[in-house]
Write a protein that binds this ligand. Sequence first.
Ligand SMILES: [Zn+2]
Ligand SMILES: [Zn+2]
Length: 242
Amino acid sequence: MKLDPYAVFFFFSFGLLFTVLEITRPARPLKYWAVIKSDLIALALYELLFFPASLYVSNGLVKPHYFFLKELLELPLPVRVILYYVLADFGTYWFHRLMHSRYFWRVHKWHHSPTYIYWLAGIRATFPQQVLFNLPFALCWPLLRQAPSWLFLAVLAENFLRNDWMHMNVTWRSNWLEWLLVTPRYHHIHHSDDPRHYKANLGSLLTIWDRMFGTYVNPEEVGELSFGIGEIGSPVRLALGV
Ligand SMILES: [Zn+2]
Ligand SMILES: [Zn+2]
């Protein structure tokens, strides 16, 4: 399988940056050597198998041009870029919410299984989870038509940056940023093993959907957190989402 050199570059650059930040200012103590083996296996499974296969399936499922009025595609590019992120984020919020329902939880459990959190811990996404998460982006993809090539690189970089960022083991009082954007401490609550936090803070880019649809938990009102799903399942079943 051929790896995109830009993806490799973004992965290692952001990984290095976030590792330095975490070592400098960790939110919680973490022994990297104790977790790195399972995270590297998860990374290999995701990047080499689940992600490319899910892209193939989700792109095949979507006939994007049917979903947008011609007028929307004629808007100036900056407006279309904003629409791309807002609409896709709205979609992923609801798919994420669906995955926290009784019938779909098994396809998402793997993501919540680590009992620790740092930038690489969030790499776990099963094949069916990734297909669902890809769908809103695939539907909105035509909004980026005729964009310059650097913009597609920026979209790729944002994809890596976002997942590393929301899981990184650094947190601070980021209230001002959380009015709009998901921050590490905001998403860490979503990984909490406290039943009061199940289905909380489902957003992955914007925090507005959680506020609008009743799944918001204010990070200012939450104390110490611990993580995981409270059970030791078969790692194979977890990774397959079955
Ligand atoms: Zn979740
Ligand atoms: Zn996560």
